[in-house]
Design a protein around this ligand. Structure first.
Ligand code: ZN
Length: 403
């Protein structure tokens, strides 16, 4: 007996950018078993999708489940203990799922607690999206997010940290290729992770079947990551040694030619900038270019898109003033940066899945994980339909139903 049937729904084929239907979607054991033209009459629980639109669940490619997304996430994290941190992460996971995010990629977390959370969510004891995790990012001693425990100075340490985290459930690797606003004592405009270690990290990730991405504010860090063979980049802020952002076309072309994908986290930058302007401060006194950097992300995303660099949607949820239900703002920000509506939708579904090597999700397709949203309007015509999904289905289970 199937697990669930969604009847008479219009299906959004995000890959083709088309709606078709009505169809009946048959779900069994958490996967899509059939997409049929006629309903089957039996005892299976069913949802009436008449007049509604089914699209794949959203993938948020950049989150931090253990940060609270408030006005001072790092201070709150540091002041908390394991139980408090887990509570924050559980609440974040629940909030993301209710907003229609069925998969997150966490790019910076305490590895032991992440392992606990992944087990809870995986076994159904906590509600949340599927979690792809990097665990602790690799960073230089004292580097960006060093407090998660990923400090490395030698290739042997790089290997050891990646292999240990792999055994704890990490399926991707994150390298901090430059400093970050959040971590005092680091400079976002400086490439502070050695090329040699980055190359080792990429090789060890490949060998362990893990994906790898690099946090890059500095233009020099972007270039180093490309040279190391890394094909996914976060933020991509084009910071110059002067401490100011400036889009560099040559580096942009290199990015394009390498085949890399960028996760520019535009909306989170805009949110943090608004917070800092309101409160009259930045991350900390040393980070002089913070506002400029955060506000440049939209124009830089537009430049990258213009060059043909693929973009994926990451909310950076957990960071300053960025809660877990705003990946929709990133999809809208990419659209504002010139990305067509259908492509903006793919940036959080099929294309994101492809670039993150998640081969069984991101589309409504037979054999795929049954992660989907039911919407009141066609998101290919109106992205705001994403703001309030009527129902959220995760692995065939209806986890939110506001119909
Ligand atoms: Zn981040």
């Amino acid at each position: 007996v199937p697990q669930l049937i969604v009847r008479d729904v219009t299906v959004i084929d995000v890959a083709a950018g088309q709606a078709f239907g009505p169809r009946t979607i048959v779900i069994r054991d958490g996967r899509i078993e059939a997409i049929a033209t006629t309903g089957t009459a039996n005892d299976t629980p069913s949802l009436d999708g008449a007049g509604l639109f089914a699209m794949p669940g959203l993938i948020d490619a950049h989150v931090h489940l253990f940060f609270d997304g408030g006005a001072a996430p790092l201070s709150m994290y540091k002041a908390s203990n394991d139980q408090g941190r887990l509570t924050t992460a559980r609440q974040n996971a629940e909030r993301a799922l209710s907003a229609g995010v069925t998969t997150v990629r966490d790019l910076g977390a305490p590895p032991d607690l992440m392992s606990v959370l992944q087990n809870e969510v995986g076994s159904g004891r906590s509600r949340g999206p599927h979690i792809v995790s990097s665990g602790a990012p690799l960073t230089r001693p004292g580097g960006h997010c060093h407090f998660f425990g990923g400090e490395v100075t030698t290739s042997a340490e790089v290997r050891e940290v990646i292999e240990r985290q792999s055994s704890q459930g990490a399926t991707c690797v994150k390298v901090m290729a430059s400093g970050g606003g959040m971590t005092a004592g680091t400079r976002p405009s400086e490439a502070d992770f050695p090329l040699e270690l980055m190359t080792t990290a990429r090789e060890v990730a490949d060998m362990n079947g893990m994906t790898i991405t690099a946090h890059c504010h500095a233009t020099a860090a972007i270039n180093r990551a490309i040279s190391a063979g890394i094909r996914c980049l976060e933020h991509v802020s084009f910071m110059e040694p002067s401490g100011h952002p400036r889009f560099d076309r040559e580096t942009g072309m290199r990015l394009k030619e390498s085949g890399a994908v960028a996760c520019p986290t535009v909306a989170s930058g805009q949110r943090a900038a608004r917070l800092f302007r309101r409160e009259g401060h930045g991350y900390h006194a040393d980070d002089i270019g913070a506002l400029e950097r955060l506000e440049a992300r939209g124009p830089i995303a537009a430049e990258l898109h213009g060059l043909g660099v693929p973009l994926i949607a990451g909310s950076d949820a957990g960071s300053d003033d960025t809660p877990f239900d705003v990946v929709i703002e990133e999809i809208e920000a990419l659209h504002e940066a010139g990305v067509a509506r259908s492509e903006a939708l793919r940036s959080a579904t099929s294309e994101s899945a492809r670039h993150l090597s998640l081969r069984d999700r991101g589309e409504i397709k037979v054999g795929y994980v049954a992660d989907m949203l039911l919407l009141a309007a066609d998101p290919l015509r109106d992205l705001t339909a994403l703001r309030s999904p009527l129902a959220v289905i995760r692995s065939g289970e209806v986890v939110a139903d506001g119909r």
